[in-house]
Design a protein around this ligand. Structure first.
Ligand code: AVJ
Length: 337
């Protein structure tokens, strides 16, 4: 099928001109190289972007419906309460870009309130999900140009250009996906988004805030074990796609809040001394050794404002819930001088 040709833009997607598909999905070799590099380190680690294959994306959606995982419902309540003001700040005739759109559920609420949006560019690493979701969106918004891009947005690639003229480019980056970046790469990514939007561009972003570690502990160690399954799926994926022989039942999910860096760390702990074969390499694990699979940084409003300012963004408006657990913020790209 045409869409599996990597790096080729405007391959014939069966839905016609208003929906053009772009594919830059990292292939098997990249995945293998990243896994071997990560597992070769003293503190073994795996890039968290690989958590989101088809099964991982489904598990993440289940996490989002857990009572203990406060982020989606808190963010949704903030969006609900202030969508009018948000849409007003964003303005009319925008080109909306979303990094890590997942199932594109959240953006629909935003699109429904925007005035004559011109184009929507959803970017996600999960090809299967993006493909089905883009088709459905194009049915719901027949006026909107939809330009899906399958890509790892931590790497650089060219964004498709919209057919119609827009008044402003705005990035939508909800769900505190920014939490997965280290502060240094978060700043870089904010710089990149400022470049993509250009002067006068906007950024509507969800940013998770520092809070009682007990709340965080519950959110990342849910009682139904969905987060554990999500974490362990990474080993199963490596088995499935790279032919490794991980025994997932010999690893255990472990997540904790690390105070000085201000992040939740997700790990997989080896339950015994064991070895794993991957691509002619033997990887040894000592009992108690961990693979670090994800970080989720929590910000203070001041800390985030300073980081964004260093990347060329001015925070125009911050909305929070009454517990101050989460924030949605609107930023404008103001070039200094
Ligand atoms: C997608 C980065 C917002 O850190 O809360 C949820 C990912 N990992 N549970 C988060 C995640 C485990 C999530 N983000």
């Amino acid at each position: 099928m045409g869409y599996s040709r990597r790096g080729v833009s405007e391959v014939g997607y069966p839905l016609g001109k208003r929906l053009r598909w772009h594919d830059f999905k990292p292939g098997r070799e990249r995945f293998l190289a990243d896994v071997l590099a990560g597992l070769g380190k003293w503190q073994k680690e795996l890039p968290c972007k690989y958590l989101y294959d088809e099964r991982g994306s489904r598990l993440y959606e289940r996490i989002c419906h857990l009572e203990e995982y406060y982020i989606p419902r808190t963010e949704a309540s903030i969006m609900d309460a202030h969508i009018g003001e948000m849409a007003g700040l964003i303005g009319r005739r925008v080109r909306l870009i979303e990094y890590g759109c997942g199932n594109c559920e959240k953006v629909r609420f935003l699109l429904d309130h925007l005035e004559e949006p011109v184009a929507y560019i959803p970017i996600d690493i999960s090809r299967e999900q993006l493909r089905s979701v883009a088709g459905r969106l194009s049915d719901v918004y027949p006026e909107l140009e939809i330009l899906p891009v399958c890509a790892d947005y931590t790497s650089r690639f060219a964004l498709p250009t919209a057919g119609r003229q827009s008044l402003r480019a705005v990035v939508y980056f909800p769900g505190s996906t920014i939490s997965n970046f280290t502060p240094a790469s978060a700043r870089q990514f904010l710089e990149h988004m400022a470049q993509v939007c250009g002067p006068g561009g906007g950024l509507l972003i969800g940013v998770d805030l520092k809070k009682d570690p007990a709340v965080l502990h519950r959110a990342y160690n849910d009682s139904q074990g969905v987060t554990a399954a999500f974490n362990l799926n990474l080993l199963e994926r490596i088995n499935r796609e790279l032919g490794a022989d991980f025994q997932p039942e010999q690893f255990e999910h472990y997540a904790f809040y690390n105070y000085p860096p201000g992040r939740v760390e997700m790990h997989l702990i080896s339950q015994r001394d064991q070895t794993v074969r991957l691509d002619n390499t033997t990887i040894t694990f000592a009992r108690g050794e961990t693979i670090w699979t994800e970080s989720s940084y929590k910000y203070s409003l001041d800390g985030f404002r300073e980081m964004a300012a260093a990347a060329g963004w001015r925070v125009v408006r911050v909305w929070t819930d009454d517990k101050h657990w989460f924030s949605v913020q609107y930023l404008v790209n103001v070039p200094s001088d």
